[in-house]
Ligand binder design. Structure first.
Ligand code: ADP
Length: 851
C-alpha cells in the first residue's frame, strides 16, 4: 500500500514540522497545527492548492516549529514521511489553529533545504521503493525468513483479538493481502508503541533492519495481551477491545517514561473530574459536567470535540459559582474615596453615596441599575471604578459599543465551531468572584442585527427578578448573577432601547467648566501623567495659565480626555528632553516670552517642596524644572487649534450664534443667512434633519407676518420679504448632521439681522424652540449648552423662560460670569440679541397711544 512502487513523490516537498507524534507510511494521523510556519503551509499549500500534487507534504517528526516565524529553524530530522493531506479543519478557539488528517505514503530523506520562509521547502529523495527492498545487501532468503517470522507474529497478535469485530477481521485480511514490506510500518502504528520507538522504525530505512526492530515490539504486545486475558475473565465488549490493545507497562520497562506523557493526559482528566466533584457548582451544573466528563473519557484525544469538551469543563470548574469577596462598605470611607479620586461632580457623588447607603441598609442589590449619562471623558468609567474600590469588589468593564449580536452577551451554543461564552460569563471567569462590579460601557451604542438584539439579552441580565438564573448558551446551565453590581454608562439616553432604559436610573454627568478642568488637571491628570512618564514635579512644571491655554486653545470638549492626551504629549516631549539632558537650552528661549512673567508666579505657587530622589538629581538639577509656557506649548502641540473666532464671524448682518446639544456635550453653532434676487425660494444647507428644516420655515413665516411691525424689508424695500428674493440659510460644519427644534430662535435672529441690516451682538448666544405665534418654548440640554457658551467666551445667553429652573444646576461661578436673558416670546429674544434692542413699531405706537 504505502510502499508501492507506483508511488512517485515530488522531488520538492513543503515540510510540516511535528514533534508530538510520528507518522509512519501506511497509517493515518490527526495533528493540530498552530505554529506560524505550519499555519502558513496549510494556508498556501493545502487551502489554496488545486492539484492533487499540492496536497502531498513532507511530515518531519521530532522537530518543533519555532513559535515565531522570525526564529531560525531548528535542525530538521533527516528522515520524514511524505503524506497526503486528506482533511483540513480550521477553528479559532481557543486560538486559531487547523487540524490536519494526513495519510503517510512513503519515507523520504532531506537532501537540501531550499527555503525556510514562509514555510520550509526541501529537495528530497524518496526512500521506499519495492525494487530497492529486493535489491538490498541481504539475500532474498534471509529477508524472506525475517518477513515470514514477522508475519507469524502479526497473525498471532491479530487472532488474539476479538475476530467478531469487523475492524479486526479486516486487519486479518489485510495481513494476507498487503505486501509484506509494508507490514512493519502499519503494525507499528497500530500496536501500542512510544514515539521514540516509532521514530526508530521510521529511521530504519533498510527493510531488514525494520523487520528486526519491529518483531520485539510485536512480541511485547502479544505477551501483554496474554497477561491481560488471564486477568480478565469476562468477555470483552467493543469498547474494551481498545483497552486490550494497550500494552502492559509492567512488561516493557524501557517505555515507561514515554508512556507517562500519555498517562499524564489521562491523569489530567481524572484531576478535572476531581475538581468538578469538589467545586461548589450548582447541582444542575454538576450533573451536566459529570455527563460531559464521562463522554470525554471515551473520546479519542485527536477528535476536535475533545478540546471543546475539555475547554467547557475547565471553564465550568473555573467559574466562581460560590466564590465572592466580602463587601466592606462604610459610607464615610466611600465618600472619602470618591472625593479623593474625583474633583467636582458633587451631584453624581451624592447620588452614588445614596445608592450605596440604601444597598447597605437593605443588604441586597435589587433595584434600578445606575446609568451615568454624559459626554465622553467626564469620568463616568472612573467613578464606576471608584465604586468598586469603595465596596472592596472586583471591577470589570464590558464595552458594549458596536455589539450587535446577542451571542456576545449570551454566548454561542456549543454546537458551533469556535463557540464561546458571552461577555458576562467571560467577565466572571476573569474576575474570579461572583459579586464584582460590572461596568456596561456605552449601552447607548448597542446595535441590532440579524443575529438578534443584544439589548434584549441585556434585559435578562439586568432584571433582578430573572438574573439569578441567567443561562448563557455556551454554559447551558443557569448561573446566578444576582450578586453582581451592574453600572451602565452612555453618552445619550436617546438611543438606549426604552425597555432597557426603564430598568435603569439615569444620572446625568454634565461637562466641566474651565475652572473645574484646571483643578482636575492639577489634582489628578498631571500627577498621573508624570508618574506614567517617569517624571517628577522637579523636572517639569505646568503652571495653571498653561493649563488654561491648553483647555481653551487646544481642546474643545465637555470632558477632560483630550486635555489628558495633550498633557501626555507634553510629558512625552519633556521626557525626551530630560533623557537627552537638553533641558538647559530651553531656558534662554523662555526668557524671550512675554507670558513668562505670568507663568513664574504660578510656578512658585505650584512648586511642591518634595525631596529630590537621587535619579532626579542626576537627570536634572532641582533649580531647573522645565517650565511649560505658551512658547513651549506651541513647540510641543503645534499652533493653537481653536481661536476665539466668535467676534470675527459676527462682523456682518445675517449671522447669529446658536447653542446645540450633541452626545459629546454642548456646542456653539453659527447660523448664516444671505439673500439674493430670485423667486422666493428658501435654500437650506449644512446636513439638516426634518425638524430643523421645519424650524427654518417657521422662522421665515413668522418674520414675514411680522415684517411691518419690525420694519423689515427686502432689497427692493418691500415688506413681503420673499418678493423677488431667495434666501439661503447655512449651518456650518456641514459634515455633521444636525437636528432638533432648539435652533428656532437663532434662525429668527439671524434672518432679522439679515433683513434689518443690523449686526447681532457678538457676545450673545441663544437657544429655544419657536411657535408660529412667536412664543419661545423650552428645550433640553441647557446645562451643557451653557457650559459650551462659557467655554467659547460668550457673555450673554438667551434661553426660554420655562428653562429657568435648569439654571440652578449650573455652578455658581459660571452663572456669575454669564448674563441670562429669559425669553417667553420672540420679541424679547430680538430685543436682547441686538445692541439697543430691536424695537417693534407696533409696540412703540401702542406705548405712545397709552401715553
Ligand atoms: P468617560 O467614561 O466619561 O468617557 P473616563 O472615566 O474614562 O470618562 O475619564 C477620562 C479620564 O478623565 C480618566 O482618566 C479620569 O480619571 C479623568 N477624570 C474625569 N473626570 C474627573 C474628575 N472629576 N476628577 C478626576 N479625574 C477625572
Amino acid at each position: 500500500m504505502a510502499a508501492g512502487s507506483a508511488i512517485q513523490i515530488p522531488t520538492r516537498l513543503p515540510l510540516l514540522l511535528t514533534h508530538e507524534s510520528v507518522l509512519l507510511p501506511g497509517s493515518t494521523m490527526r495533528t493540530s497545527v498552530d505554529s506560524p510556519r505550519n499555519m502558513q503551509l496549510v494556508r498556501s499549500r493545502l487551502l489554496k492548492g488545486t492539484s492533487l500534487r499540492s496536497t502531498i507534504i513532507g511530515v518531519i517528526p521530532n522537530t518543533s516549529d519555532p513559535t515565531s516565524d522570525c526564529d531560525d529553524l531548528p535542525n530538521l530530522h533527516r528522515i520524514g514521511t511524505a503524506a497526503l493531506a486528506v482533511q483540513v479543519v480550521g477553528s479559532n478557539w481557543p486560538k486559531p489553529h487547523y487540524t490536519l488528517l494526513v495519510t503517510g505514503l512513503c519515507r523520504f530523506q532531506i537532501l537540501q533545504l531550499l527555503k525556510e520562509k514562509p514555510y520550509p521547502v526541501a529537495e528530497v529523495q524518496q526512500l521506499d521503493r519495492l525494487e530497492q527492498f529486493t535489491n538490498g545487501h541481504k539475500s532474498e532468503e534471509e529477508l524472506g525468513e525475517l518477513s515470514e517470522q514477522f508475519y507469524k507474529y502479526a497473525v498471532q497478535l491479530v487472532e488474539m483479538l476479538d475476530m467478531s469485530v469487523p475492524a479486526v477481521a479486516k486487519l486479518r485480511r489485510l495481513l494476507d493481502n498487503l505486501p509484506r514490506e509494508a507490514l512493519p510500518d502499519i503494525l507499528t502504528s497500530i500496536i501500542r508503541t512510544t514515539n521514540q520507538e516509532k521514530l526508530q522504525i521510521l529511521d530504519a530505512v533498510r527493510l531488514e533492519e525494520r523487520f528486526k526492530m519491529t518483531i520485539p515490539l510485536l512480541v511485547r504486545q502479544i505477551e501483554g495481551l496474554k497477561l491481560l486475558q488471564k486477568t480478565r475473565k469476562s468477555k470483552q465488549d467493543d469498547d474494551k477491545r481498545v483497552v486490550a490493545i494497550r500494552p502492559n507497562r509492567r512488561i516493557s520497562h524501557g517505555s515507561i517514561t514515554e508512556d507517562e506523557e500519555e498517562e499524564e493526559d489521562h491523569d489530567d482528566v481524572v484531576m478535572l473530574e476531581k475538581k468538578i466533584r469538589t467545586s461548589s457548582m450548582s447541582e444542575q451544573a454538576l450533573k451536566v459536567c459529570l455527563k460531559e466528563i464521562k463522554r470525554l473519557k471515551k473520546m479519542p484525544q485527536s477528535m476536535p470535540e475533545y478540546a471543546l469538551t475539555r475547554n467547557y469543563l475547565e471553564l465550568m470548574v473555573e467559574l466562581p459559582w460560590n466564590k465572592s469577596t466580602k463587601d466592606r462598605l462604610e459610607i464615610r470611607a466611600a465618600r472619602i474615596v470618591l472625593d479623593n479620586d474625583h474633583y467636582a461632580m458633587e451631584k453624581l457623588k451624592k447620588r452614588v453615596l445614596e445608592y450605596l447607603a440604601v444597598r447597605q441598609l437593605k443588604n441586597n442589590l435589587k433595584g434600578p441599575i445606575l446609568c451615568f449619562v454624559g459626554p465622553p471623558g467626564v469620568g463616568k468609567t472612573s467613578v464606576g471604578r471608584s465604586i468598586a474600590k469603595t465596596l472592596g469588589r472586583e471591577f470589570h468593564r464590558i464595552a458594549l459599543g458596536g455589539v450587535c449580536d446577542q451571542s456576545d452577551i449570551r454566548g454561542h451554543r456549543r454546537t458551533y465551531v469556535g463557540s464561546m461564552p458571552g461577555r458576562i460569563i467571560n467577565g466572571l471567569k476573569t474576575v474570579g468572584v461572583n459579586n464584582p462590579v460590572f461596568l456596561l460601557d456605552e449601552v447607548d451604542k448597542l446595535a441590532k442585527s440579524l443575529q438578534g438584539d443584544p439589548a434584549a439579552a441585556l434585559l435578562e441580565v439586568l432584571d433582578p427578578e430573572q438574573n439569578h438564573s441567567f443561562t448563557d448558551h455556551y454554559l447551558n446551565v443557569a448561573f446566578d448573577l444576582s450578586q453582581v453590581l451592574f453600572i451602565a454608562t452612555a453618552n445619550t439616553t436617546a438611543t438606549i432601547p426604552p425597555a432597557l432604559l426603564d430598568r435603569m436610573e439615569v444620572i446625568q454627568v454634565p461637562g466641566y467648566t474651565q475652572e473645574e478642568k484646571i483643578e482636575i488637571a492639577h489634582r489628578h491628570l498631571i500627577p498621573k501623567q508624570l508618574e506614567q512618564h517617569g517624571l517628577t514635579p522637579q523636572q517639569i512644571q505646568i503652571p495653571q495659565v498653561t493649563t488654561l491655554g491648553i483647555i481653551t486653545r487646544y481642546t474643545r470638549e465637555a470632558g477632560v480626555r483630550a486635555l489628558d492626551r495633550k498633557l501626555g504629549a507634553i510629558c512625552r516631549a519633556v521626557a525626551v528632553k530630560v533623557a537627552e539632558g537638553q533641558h538647559k537650552e530651553a531656558k534662554p528661549d523662555r526668557a524671550e516670552v512675554g507670558e513668562g512673567e505670568d507663568c513664574k508666579e504660578h510656578v512658585t505657587e505650584d512648586a511642591k517642596p518634595e525631596s529630590i530622589s537621587d535619579t532626579a538629581d542626576l537627570a536634572l538639577p532641582p533649580e531647573m524644572p522645565i517650565l511649560i509656557d505658551f512658547h513651549a506649548l506651541k513647540d510641543i502641540l503645534g499652533p493653537p487649534m481653536y481661536d476665539m473666532e466668535v467676534s470675527e464671524r459676527l462682523n456682518q448682518p445675517g449671522v447669529a450664534i446658536g447653542l446645540a446639544w450633541t452626545p459629546l456635550g454642548g456646542e456653539i453653532m453659527f447660523v448664516e443667512a444671505s439673500r439674493m434676487d430670485g423667486e422666493g425660494q428658501l435654500t437650506l444647507t449644512g446636513q439638516l434633519g426634518d425638524v430643523m428644516k421645519e424650524s427654518a420655515h417657521l422662522a421665515i413665516s413668522w418674520l414675514r407676518s411680522n415684517a411691518k411691525r419690525y420694519q423689515l424689508t427686502n432689497a427692493s424695500g418691500s415688506f413681503d420679504l420673499l418678493d423677488n428674493t431667495d434666501i439661503h440659510l447655512h449651518f456650518p460644519a456641514g459634515a455633521v448632521t444636525k437636528d432638533g427644534p432648539s435652533a428656532g430662535v437663532t434662525i429668527v435672529t439671524c434672518l432679522a439681522s439679515l433683513f434689518s441690516g443690523r449686526l447681532v451682538c457678538s457676545d450673545v448666544a441663544m437657544t429655544g424652540e419657536i411657535t408660529l405665534r412667536g412664543l419661545v418654548l423650552p428645550v433640553g440640554g441647557i446645562k451643557d449648552k451653557v457650559l459650551a457658551a462659557h467655554r467659547a467666551g460668550l457673555k450673554r445667553i438667551i434661553i426660554p423662560q420655562r428653562n429657568e429652573k435648569d439654571l440652578e444646576e449650573i455652578a455658581g461661578h459660571v452663572r456669575q460670569e454669564l448674563t441670562f436673558v429669559l425669553a417667553a416670546c420672540l420679541d424679547q429674544v430680538l430685543n436682547a440679541a441686538f445692541d439697543g434692542g430691536f424695537a417693534a413699531k407696533a409696540r412703540l405706537e401702542q406705548l405712545n397711544s397709552k401715553l
